[in-house]
Design a protein around this ligand. Structure first.
Ligand SMILES: Nc1ncnc2c1ncn2[C@@H]1O[C@H](COP(=O)(O)OP(=O)(O)O)[C@@H](O)[C@H]1O
Ligand SMILES: [Mg+2]
Length: 274
């Protein structure tokens, strides 16, 4: 597997990473068997430099009832573009390109820091410990319940804001990776940008609370960007209605100034949570 420090350094240098991902020679090394879609562990090599990556060919996408076929790779790239526009760099560099199994998304592999502290936990149902926020009471078998919690962590809070913008429908605990340099990266953004509210996430700890000032600034900049260059770069990946919907979500988040609440008619928590 990849060297954690080298992988973190490249993820934090998107210009270099994007050049490598776009122009490098893609070699497939194996299939990630736990994945629900075709996810291939690969390397890209350019000018003597090699980096690990994931390659999800469009041809390997499992059809879903609520997203048009063949669009998940594009949604992953669109999610990356929005993340990059926030300046928060919450998604590893991601491109759409051709590969041995046809067009697909190619994303820089971020090696997890095995020593990183856990960001979710099961705690006493009476309430979260200091520094943790509640998600939901969970049935843990034998008639017992526990409180599922996530950390009160600024990186997670930014991810929660990004997910609200993306309308991410799959933010489980396995869909973020703590890198060796302490940064946090979200992965698996195929089910995003639907028109109806479909936010499904563990990150409900701030639901209904005022957004931090930095989030309001980012949302204001995003609103402008979506009406200009960012909107144009997203256009090939989304339907016109989806593009209008992401602009509306950004506007609404900025107007209300609050983290969103779960939609009443949609399962708001991924289960199992990891
Ligand atoms: N950029 C990445 N860096 C490191 N590991 C990754 C990355 N993308 C995916 N993975 C690993 O591959 C697994 C499957 O990928 P994922 O994007 O979740 O695919 P699926 O859509 O099939 O669930 C993830 O759970 C994670 O372990
Ligand atoms: Mg996944």
């Amino acid at each position: 597997m990849a060297d954690p420090a080298a992988s973190a350094a490249l993820a934090a240098d998107p210009a270099t990473a994007l050049e490598l991902l776009r122009g490098g020679e893609l070699a497939v090394h194996g299939r990630i068997t736990t994945a629900s879609n075709g996810v291939l562990y690969c390397t890209v090599t350019l000018d003597g430099r090699t980096a690990p990556c994931v390659y999800k060919p469009v041809a390997g996408e499992r059809p879903l009832w609520d997203y048009p076929d063949g669009t998940l790779a594009g949604r992953e790239v669109a999610s990356y573009l929005v993340s990059a526009a926030t300046g928060w760099a919450l998604i590893p560099p991601t491109v759409l390109r051709d590969g041995p199994h046809g067009p697909g998304m190619v994303q820089l592999w971020v090696e997890p820091d095995e020593g990183a502290e856990a960001l979710i936990d099961l705690q006493d149902p009476a309430g979260p410990e200091p520094g943790w926020l509640p998600i939901v009471q969970a049935d843990v078998g034998g008639g017992r319940t526990a409180l599922l919690v996530h950390r009160d962590d600024d990186r997670l809070r930014r991810l929660a804001v990004l997910d609200a913008v993306l309308n991410n429908s799959d933010r489980k605990g396995g869909h973020w990776i703590a890198a060796a340099d302490g940064r946090l990266y979200g992965i698996d953004h195929g089910v995003t940008f639907a028109e109806p509210a479909k936010l499904r996430t563990l990150l409900w700890g701030w639901a209904g609370e005022p957004l931090p000032a930095e989030a309001l600034e980012v949302l204001a900049a995003l609103a402008e960007d979506l009406g200009g260059v960012l909107g144009e770069t997203l256009r090939p990946h989304l339907t016109p209605a989806e593009l209008a919907a992401v602009r509306a979500r950004v506007g609404e988040l900025h107007r209300t100034g609050r983290h969103p609440l779960p939609a009443p008619d949609w399962p708001s928590i991924p289960w199992p949570p990891v």
